[in-house]
Design a binder for this molecule. Structure first.
Ligand SMILES: [Fe+2]
Length: 221
């Protein structure tokens, strides 16, 4: 039989963990610097029949910088390729989106973001099959996050979709308040220790009817 004080202690610990996760979520949300998702809860609409589920959206975080260079190789001098990330950008019907922008930024190996230049930051355009690829490092972790993560903005005929990716096998993923298994990058590892991760982004495309046209502007007057 479990001593009553032990079960009370367990409940108290569980409450503390839940409270910590709630506070962490608020802290991370509060730090978002005014991006379109800053401070907002984002609810994903369920997929309609025949649709893929859209990639979950997450906050920008405090370290997004405009002006990323066009490049797929984010390695700095002295780095070794630790992560080759590739995949496709698809619409909700599974059709590849060519010329979509995939913009990736992460911290360095010690968890620091470059707020002056663009280290570990770059964007690429998807090819005719909707494919993208980056070569980079496994970023470090930084307070108050528990998981190593890569920030990504993806844009086709749409507003930018902001999300974060997590690396399979890294410690702390499940402890992070923003972690979702839907954003976990499955990886294989070669003999040199380079990880090859694949991830397909699914983003909603605006329809011509939803877009701004002279007719829709006239209708608003
Ligand atoms: Fe971050």
């Amino acid at each position: 039989m479990i001593h009553p004080m032990l079960s009370e202690l367990e409940r108290a610990i569980e409450d503390l963990i839940n409270a910590r996760q709630a506070i962490m979520a608020m802290v991370v949300s509060h730090q978002a610097p005014g991006g379109s998702l800053a401070g907002k809860l984002v609810f994903q609409a369920p997929p309609q029949p025949g649709e893929l589920k859209a990639t979950p959206e997450e906050i920008d975080g405090p370290y997004f910088r405009l002006g990323a260079p066009l490049r797929s190789n984010l390695l700095e001098p002295g780095d070794t390729p630790e992560l080759v990330l590739s995949g496709r950008v698809l619409n909700e019907q599974g059709t590849p989106i060519p010329s979509a922008i995939v913009n990736l930024w992460s911290s360095d190996a010690t968890g620091n973001y470059d707020m002056v230049g663009h280290r570990y930051t770059g964007y690429v355009l998807t090819d005719a099959e909707g494919r993208y690829e980056f070569t980079t490092i496994v970023p470090g972790c930084y307070y108050p996050r528990d998981a190593k993560h890569l920030h990504v903005k993806v844009q086709g005929d749409s507003s930018p979709v902001t999300t974060q990716l997590y690396i399979e096998g890294e410690p702390g993923n499940e402890d992070d308040p923003l972690y979702t298994p839907e954003c976990l990058v499955r990886c294989t590892v070669d003999a040199r220790g380079t990880r090859y991760g694949t991830f397909d982004f699914v983003i909603r495309q605006v329809t011509e009817r939803q877009n701004v046209t002279p007719e829709s502007l006239a209708a608003r007057v």
